[in-house]
Write a protein that binds this ligand. Structure first.
Ligand code: NAD
Length: 457
């Protein structure tokens, strides 16, 4: 039997060899999902909701153990693992509260014996190929609304968060979702590829731009729904009227939380020249206070780098920035092994010739660039092929709205960053992807509008 080795990125120790899927088991699970989906969709909504409510109770009941599993396999600091699980609960509540209204059948005409209705029918069997960095969030953003709206789900968690993926599936099964309706596929990219070779009605992917392109090509000859939630190079501009200390503290957290491994991490900072030096001083001081160490320790803020190859990406960005005149203020190198570690790293005197300011870092590395006015800041914020989030720090709300209106991004922030809300759509523009999750739109996205033309005899 094929197995998937799973390592603890903080220690390098082997956690487990998990039984993995192969092309045959993926085909069998797809066939079972296809057969089971109509009965699942035919259940009253209340029954599907009851399953998700029980799932929620399971998450609450096992929260500490689930957090530990996630921390062991991803290196996420334990407090942040608990935060993710606690943050999942209001998302579940949102889905439960909004699902009926999001997909309610609409009557759009009743006239002279003619009725026109829009039904929001489930897509059918959907594939969810997922990332490891927030495995509960990105998994459940797809799985829960997909199930609630009557779909069967073939879920391939990341090979770096496979035990979390198994836990999500187990808790759903224990809550009453049939095994065939919620299948978990264990393995790496090859299992993802085997899944894409199956007949599915939608593909919902969260991961890197490079893999997103491969996925788009793999399904390119089929007319099925494709959503890609990809990376970003998320900018923030700190205006001259902002409080440099408050902004620095907020943005240091936005850049370094989850060891910088968030899709909406602050990845580039532009600061008005009037407050640049004060901002940089506060920023470095804040980051210096972050403790790097055992992810299971309660006072750890900087955990391990989940994927070992990312250490080379981070080092290459640092070396490139140094070669091109960047000023290294903190960190700058991998930490000692065993395990995958990279020091929290801060640069000033950076510009857009450097990879650090153009390519996703996905780690605790940040560049701060001085700008002379709002126009320059907007031009630089938009000088990217990505467009996930962007932010502005200023006490002036009108100024913030004017600037944010000019920025190309799926989400924009005023005086905040690295934030996701269940009530708002989560989407990217450009190379950050296509489609959306969350909000009522992110529930309806698992359905297709079916047109009913009904004439009374
Ligand atoms: P990744 O692209 O390496 O892997 C994502 C998933 O794709 C994994 O499950 C992997 O096994 C699978 N996969 C790999 N190759 C495949 C192939 N050829 N066919 C099918 N499946 C394949 O990404 P990752 O390292 O897990 O996640 C990090 C990336 O995800 C970052 O770029 C981050 O910004 C992004 N991300 C985006 C969002 C968002 O909402 N926009 C959220 C979280 C993470």
């Amino acid at each position: 039997m094929t197995t998937l080795p799973l390592h603890n990125p903080a220690t390098g120790a082997l956690i487990a060899h998990l039984p993995a899927d192969d092309a045959a088991s993926v085909a069998a699970k797809t066939a079972a999902a296809r057969a089971a989906q109509p009965a699942w969709a035919a259940l009253p909504m209340a029954q599907r909701k009851a399953c998700i409510e029980k799932f929620r109770a399971g998450v609450v009941r096992e929260l500490d153990a689930l957090a530990r599993v996630m921390t062991e396999e991803t290196g996420k600091p334990i407090r942040m693992s608990r935060n993710e699980l606690n943050g999942l609960l209001p998302r579940i509540d949102f889905f439960l509260a909004q699902v009926e209204a999001s997909i309610a059948r609409e009557t759009v005409l009743t006239e002279g014996g003619m009725t026109e209705e829009i039904e929001h029918a489930p897509l059918g069997v959907v594939a969810n190929i997922s990332a490891w960095n927030y495995p509960w969030f990105v998994g459940c953003n797809v799985i829960l609304p997909a199930l609630l709206t009557g779909n069967a789900v073939l879920y391939k968690p990341s090979e770096y968060a496979a035990r979390t993926g198994q836990a999500i599936a187990r808790l759903l099964h224990e809550a009453g979702v049939p095994q065939a309706v919620m299948a978990c596929l264990i393995g790496g990219g090859e299992v993802g590829q085997a899944l894409l070779a199956q007949r599915v009605d939608g593909v919902f992917f969260t991961g890197s731009h490079a893999t997103g392109l491969r996925i788009a090509r793999a399904v390119g000859d089929r007319f099925i729904k494709l959503q890609l939630e990809l990376g970003g190079k998320d900018p923030t501009y700190v205006c001259d009227d902002a409080d440099p200390k408050a902004a620095a503290e907020s943005l240091a957290d936005g850049a370094m939380y989850n060891t910088g491994q968030s899709c909406c991490s602050v990845e580039r900072i532009y600061v008005h020249e009037k407050i640049h030096d004060a901002f940089v001083a506060h920023f470095v001081e804040t980051v210096r206070g972050y403790r790097m160490g055992d992810p299971l320790s309660e006072d750890t803020y900087i955990g391990a780098i989940t994927r070992a190859p990312q250490l080379q990406v981070l080092q290459a960005q640092v070396d490139d920035a140094l070669t091109q005149g960047g000023k290294l203020l903190l960190g700058g190198k991998a930490g000692p092994g065993p395990g995958n570690w990279f020091e929290p790293t801060v640069f000033s005197h950076v510009d857009h010739r450097m990879d650090l300011m153009r390519e996703e870092s996905f780690g605790p590395v940040i560049g701060i660039q001085k700008v002379s006015d709002d126009d320059e800041a907007v031009r630089l914020m938009n000088d990217t092929r990505y467009g996930l989030t962007a932010g502005v720090y200023t006490p002036d709300g009108e100024r913030a709205r004017r600037l944010l209106a000019q920025v190309h991004a799926g989400s924009v922030y005023w005086n905040c960053c690295d934030r996701v809300s269940p009530r708002l759509p989560w989407s990217g523009v450009g190379d950050s992807g296509v489609g959306l999750t969350l909000s009522t739109h992110g529930i309806a996205t698992f359905t297709r509008p079916k047109a009913w033309h009904l004439r009374q005899p």
